[in-house]
Design a protein around this ligand. Sequence first.
Ligand code: TXA
Ligand code: MG
Length: 336
Amino acid sequence: MTVVRVDPAHPDEGAIRRAAEVLRAGGLVAFPTETVYGLGAHALDPAAVARIYAAKGRPGYNPVIVHVATVEQARALSGAWPAAAERLAAAFWPGPLTLVVPRAPSVPDAVTAGLPDVALRIPAHPVAHALLAAAGIPVAAPSANRSTEVSPTTAAHVERSLGGRVDLILDGGPTPVGIESTVVSVTGAVPTLLRPGTLSRDDLAAVVGEVALAGDAKREEGAALPSPGTMDRHYAPRAQLRLWHPNERDAALSDARALVAAGRAVGILARSDVSLEGARVERMPADPASYAARLYAALHDMDDAGRDVVLVERVPENDPVWAGLADRLRRAAHAG
Ligand code: TXA
Ligand code: MG
């Protein structure tokens, strides 16, 4: 495995060409997008896509996102291109938005896990964009971590999680957005939010009118999940996460004190000013964009520091701007 450093704003052409060659030949390349690092493979080569699943230990029923450089490429991979797709793409691509549309016959089952739809995205990160343009092929890429782990926001996170399972890592520094893209299905009459992200439901609604929530639909027992990767056991650090509400601060601190006294390695992530002897405390940013940019690195740091329980101050649950973050914290905490 090779790690190649590139300037995030102006990536070296030689490095990009080399990575593009690995992709075209069926290899695995980890690369930065504006959200998190992706583990990329030639999307139209089922053997290459199978390598993604093997490297991640990802179950075969969880489909992967296909990354492209242009809207024309996206259309070519779609069986239909609904008006809502056109509008959302025009408004938010390149950017942290994934559109689920009917798939074209050329998209292998390995990518969609056999589903009739495909998830597409044009990322905004200059490294991702240069790589996709140079490769000239659609690139399947889930987050570049072992299945169920916290997504990587630095090349070091990728290396620690996937190590020798990747052919090449493009190190473009920390990813600016910090949590995974917003996923919207436009296959039905009303666009449906499958996974919240930093683009909020309100941002989307401003462009396409009504946006439904996947959870609004009654889910029959045993029915396929609307977006399989939204399973609860995702985004989990090794440490156990416990969430506390800002107005439970005293109770949270006395819990933390008791845990420290019992010899546990305790971490605290708080948006308010907290200090506790014997605990590793990180003050988290107050605004959602900066919070998102920091969250996964903060969780990775707690794991690296050997924390076995981390008490996390909740973020606003009912504010659309915080929805992606509230979602990731809930999942990380429930994945005991
Ligand atoms: O920001 C991101 O989205 C990152 C970067 C690398 O682009 N990728 C990412 O991929 O988070 P992954 O595989 O970890 O999550 C993909 C999400 C999952 O929730 C998956 O179930 C959903 O997209 N998805 C993929 N294909 C789908 C499909 N055909 N129908 C419904 N959901 C799909
Ligand atoms: Mg993932």
